[in-house]
Structures are given as C-alpha cells and as structure tokens.
Design a protein around this ligand. Structure first.
Ligand SMILES: [Mn+2]
Length: 420
C-alpha cells in the first residue's frame, strides 16, 4: 500500500518536473514588458559559489525562476525587445568531476534552454554594453559579486533592485507551481507521519531526522528544503535549532520543523508532539493555546489581509495570533502568553522555503500565494517551545491548508502515536 503510494508520487513528481519552457518564456516576457528604459541581468550560480563536497549544486532561485536552467555559470540578459542566455565554455577538467555541460555551439542548445539566442559567456560584456547604449538603468540582484562586476562595466548607470521586482512576481504562484508545492507538501506529511512512528524516549533527534529524510526522498523528493529542525525538550526554544544531536527523554515534547523539496519547490510544516506519546496536562494546555491561535490565523487568511511583521499591524495575521495568545492560556506566573510569540507567523513558500524574500509583510495577500501559518510560543521558564505550522494556499475567498492531512489536534496526535 505504502509502496504503491510512493511509486505514484514518484510518477507524479517526474511529470511535474516539467514546467515547460513556454512558462519560463512567459515569465521573461512579463519582466521585459515592464522593464521600461532598463535592462535586467541575472547571474546563475557557479559551481564555485555553491557546490562542494558537502553540498550539491543548486541554482540561484531568481535566475531559475526566469530560466528553469539548472547548469552552472550562465548569465541572463533581458531587454525590452530581446532575451539572451550566455553559457560558459567547455571545461573538460571540471566535467570529469561534475559531468558534461551544454555549450552555445551544441546543436540542441536552443531547444534545451528554450532561448532563441544562446551565446558564449565571453560575449556577455560586449552585448551588455550594446544593450545599454540606449538605456538608462540596470536591474540586478544587489549586493552580489555580479552586481559589482556590472557596476564596474557601467559606472554611470542607475542600478535598481531586481529582487524587489522578482519577489513580487514570485509571490503569486502559477497553477503548475501550485501542483509542485502540493507534491512537496504531500511528501512532507508522510515524513512527519514516519517520525511519529519512530519517536520514543532514548532516541536521538538525528534518528528522527533520518526517518523523515528517508520518507521524503523515498516519496520522490530530491532533498530537504532546509536543514531539518528536530528539537526535543529545551532545544525547541531555539527557533532554527539544527544540531539534532540530543537524546529525547520521556515526558518532553519534540518539535519537528521539516519540509521536502520536490522538483525545486519547498514545503514547510511543523508539528510538536509528546516523546512518550501523551501530552501532560500543562503541555496540552499550552498546545491548545497555540493550536487555537493557528486556527484563528487560518480563518483570517484571505486576499487583502497582510501577513504583518509587528504585534500591532492592523488587518494582519500577526496581530490575530498575538491577540489570541494574549486572551488564551497563561504562563506560570498567571501572565498572558502573547509575549512568547517571538517570530513572524507567516512567510511565502516556493522555490525557497522563505520565498520571494523581498516581498513586503505589508503587501496584501492575493489568491495564488502560498504562505505558512505558524504561530508558536517559547517559554524559557518552563523549558518548553511549541510551534504548529501548515503550508497554505490563498484562494479567492479564503485559504486551502495544503498540509491538512497531517493531524494537529492533540487527541489525534496521541491516537496516531498510540497506534504504532
Ligand atoms: Mn516556516
């Protein structure tokens, strides 16, 4: 049964892997139509930037969003009336280590890249200068080595932030992107279920992370979308804890913030469960407060609302969570819980787990955005951290919880863990 499910997911992932070249071309066309009197240059990652013995090569996400191109060292030049992809020359020594790469004189370069014009990277500078002759400004990713290089080539031009523009586009997902994210979320839900089957007093956090990573990759996803957080007991107070080196004890909670990346798209899901399978009364009380806050936020998600980055931002998801926590539950001294909400409750999810990184927290939500809903409380005096996070699609009239298949009611979690 499980095998069949996994095989089906692999098949779906293989299908979904093909966002067709036409969709990337349409994205570039949209950017070009809004360039005005500017050009846009994006540098893909090089193997030197990101690959090594510890990490596999990953593409720069903005470059990937506009090209779908996964090979290293490429450069994208967009003008209002043309688009060009520049590829590096053949490097037989490097190819012995990392495999054959496409070059501009390969017969299939146009079909493989989806660009009518593919040129050697050595021609980039001349083409860039020519494109700039009649144009005033350059969009690129600020603060990158590429941006510094462009500034030295065009010191008198105005430089603009391409990340701001592309984050705005990237925040609203296409139907195909939403399908990809659904696959990643489904595999992530299976990973959490696998963790629940494995968790027990005496087990190390990395053993739970291993069970989750196995389930995701076995389910057709290439990798974790981010370093898995398996935080037992006091480690749950550390928001991005990733050592995963502690032995879990009976009576503690374990927080798992773990998500798959399938065909380049991330999922982001957190559950907090009891190590020995049953919440203590106090754990359950605090858990119910977070769960209530999470449901209140989910009920508030719809177009027009903002995520918000402060406790007072009006019409914001943040304020909904903060207010709920202040009205439900108390700390050991009888004070409200709101002050223990120490991070944002939402962010975009997509090609990156924190997607569209430059998108504003005060930008109104739109249908087609995919965000997290993840309130949490972190109470050092009680050595307890609880976060509940779902990946959510904003719909025309509300929200669809993509990770709804993963239980979060305390009774359901206890039941699932008792059934092992
Ligand atoms: Mn998150």
């Amino acid at each position: 049964m499980r095998k069949a499910w996994a095989a089906a997911l692999v098949a779906i992932c293989a299908f979904a892997a093909g966002i067709p070249n036409e969709e990337y071309r349409a994205r570039r066309q949209r950017v070009r139509s809004e360039l005005g009197n500017a050009v846009l240059v994006l540098f893909g990652n090089t193997e030197r930037d990101v690959a090594g013995l510890r990490h596999a090569f990953v593409q720069e996400p903005n470059f990937y969003y506009l090209t779908g191109w996964l090979e290293p060292g490429a450069i994208l030049l967009l003008t209002p009336d043309a688009e060009t992809l520049f590829l590096p020359p053949r490097d037989p020594a490097a190819e012995r280590y990392t495999g054959r790469k496409t070059t501009p004189d390969d017969k299939n370069a146009t079909a493989a890249t989806g660009f009518a014009k593919v040129l050697p990277a050595a021609q980039f500078e001349a083409q860039f200068q020519r494109a700039l002759q009649s144009r005033a400004s350059v969009y690129t990713l600020p603060g990158t080595p590429g941006a510094e290089k462009l500034k030295s080539l065009a010191p008198l031009r105005e430089f603009r932030d391409a990340l701001a523009v592309l984050s705005r586009y990237r925040a609203v997902k296409s139907p195909r992107e939403i399908e990809m994210i659904r696959r990643s979320v489904d595999a992530t839900v299976e990973a959490h279920r696998a963790a629940w089957r494995r968790i027990a007093p005496g087990l190390y956090e990395y053993q739970v992370a291993a069970a989750m990573t196995f389930a995701m990759q076995d389910g057709g996803c290439e990798r974790n979308a981010y370093a898995p957080i398996v935080a037992s007991g006091p480690n749950a107070l550390v928001l991005h804890y990733s050592q995963n080196s502690r032995k879990m004890e009976a009576g503690e909670l374990v927080l798992m913030d773990v998500g798959a990346e399938c065909s380049a798209y991330a999922a982001d899901v957190t559950r907090t469960v009891p190590v020995s399978g049953r919440f203590t009364p106090r754990q359950r009380e605090l858990y119910e407060a977070v769960l209530g806050a999470q449901k209140a936020v989910l009920a508030a998600v719809k177009p027009g609302v903002i995520m918000g980055a402060s406790r007072t931002a009006p019409n914001s998801l943040y304020k909904v969570a903060y207010d709920y926590l202040n009205e439900h539950g108390k700390n050991a001294g009888g004070k409200p819980l709101g002050k223990y909400l120490t991070h944002g409750v939402s962010h975009h999810v997509g090609l990156q787990v924190h997607d569209a990184p430059s998108a504003s927290y005060s930008q109104p939500l739109e249908a087609g955005m995919v965000i997290t809903v993840e309130p949490g409380i972190y109470i050092p005096e009680e050595s307890i951290g609880i976060r509940i996070e779902d990946t959510v699609l904003v719909t025309p009239d509300g929200a669809e919880v993509l990770s709804a298949a993963l239980p979060k009611e305390p009774g359901e979690i206890e039941k699932a863990m008792a059934a092992r």
